[in-house]
Write a protein that binds this ligand. Structure first.
Ligand code: KG4
Ligand code: ZN
Length: 342
């Protein structure tokens, strides 16, 4: 019996979070994330500043991941990194570091698709007794700042997109609505916070409904903007007087649009298990709505811990471990991909 412990270092640098994680046989030992506050003052991620911050952060973050895991670099078996999709300047920092580190240590390199890793974040755990991994096949709703996808996962290496947004992502719908309300970037978590105290039915907005399993959020953003502008013309203090109700209403509408297609996809595919992933899967309203949907549709529901919803390297390391088991390695001539469909 092979009892070898396989240690994988995962590196994530696709957008504005620099993250490193060490896993042992797919169990998370450490997951260090350095957020870049610099983007707040610009109301969104500035690519050039992001890549510079990654350069500053990457070595301390990797050192912290190794020391927190109590694993030395000589013990590592492979290095997994995010190849894409993402910002090219940001991806280059993680990719170059991963290649150089793997070469120096004489160990294999594993490339990981960031969106596949979000789905596989449902397998990330630290060995907690309550943890249950999803069973294949499952359908995952991946909702992040750049993507909204319905993914059919038939195995760790067989993932296919069966529906997606035709314009804005769900995270963008949250962030752009927050920006209209004058809230700082990223506004998704703040909308979630204020929504908890508000009435979701206070202001009805049209729920986007596209053909098939597709989503659209750009029209909702426009109707939200026109609504707020109109109300502010009548009452200058409309936003501050009604912030909780406004946040609860827009959040309710975004979730309704997501659940509408998730439900259709469950019916169309006949899956018995569903999951969510990506930054927006940290939203408390969505987590509850998906739990309720599971009960209603009689399917198993898997929801990642908060730590593995937004961008993190644990999901890269876990995805890397699955590829390691399949001997699926990358070569030193690999380049990052800003667009990387799977
Ligand atoms: O997955 P992620 O960290 O990065 C991308 O790959 O895009 O997702 C970031 C997105 C942002 O749009 C952020 O506002 C949103 O996830 N987000 C949330 C919450 N936490 C993060 N949206 C709504 N409610 C939350 N609690
Ligand atoms: Zn992401």
């Amino acid at each position: 019996m092979n009892i070898e412990r396989v240690y994988i270092l995962g590196i994530e640098s696709s957008c504005d979070d620099t993250s490193a994680s060490v896993t042992c046989n797919g169990k998370v030992l450490s997951n260090i994330i350095a957020n870049q506050d610099i983007h707040r003052q610009y109301g969104g991620v500035v690519p050039e500043l992001a890549s510079r911050a990654h350069q500053q952060n990457i070595i301390p973050v990797i050192e912290a991941a190794l020391s927190s895991a109590k694993v030395s670099k000589e013990q590592l078996h492979a290095i997994a990194f995010t190849r894409g999709p993402g910002l090219m300047g940001s991806l280059l920092v993680g990719t170059s570091f991963a290649k150089a580190f793997a070469l120096a240590l004489g160990i294999p390199l594993i490339e990981v698709n960031h969106m596949e890793a979000h789905v596989l974040a449902n397998f990330a755990n630290r060995g907690e007794s309550a943890f249950v991994a999803p069973d294949f096949s499952f359908l995952c709703l991946t909702v992040s700042g750049g993507h909204t996808q319905l993914v059919m996962a038939e195995s760790t290496s067989k993932l296919s997109v069966i529906g997606q947004t035709l314009d804005d992502a769900a995270g963008e719908a949250f962030d752009k609505s927050a920006k209209i309300l004058g809230l700082p970037y990223p506004g998704g978590p703040l909308i979630d916070k204020y929504a908890k105290e508000g009435n979701p039915l206070a202001y009805p907005f049209p729920v986007p409904d596209m053909p098939e399993l597709n989503f659209s959020f750009s029209g909702l953003k426009t109707s939200f903007l026109y609504f707020i502008e109109k109300q502010v013309r009548n009452n200058q203090n409309f936003i501050e007087d009604n912030l909780n109700n406004i946040c609860a209403s827009i959040q309710h509408t975004i979730i309704k649009a997501l659940i509408l297609k998730f439900k259709k996809a469950i019916t169309d595919t006949g899956v018995k298990s569903i999951a969510i992933a990506g930054g927006v899967s940290a939203n408390s309203g969505l987590r509850k709505a998906v739990t309720d949907l599971g009960i209603q549709m009689n399917v198993n529901v898997f929801i990642p811990s908060f730590e593995y919803c937004t961008d993190n390297a644990a999901m890269i390391s876990v995805a890397g471990y699955f590829k390691y088991r399949n001997d699926d390695f990358a070569t030193q001539d690999i380049v990052p991909l800003a667009r990387y469909p799977f």
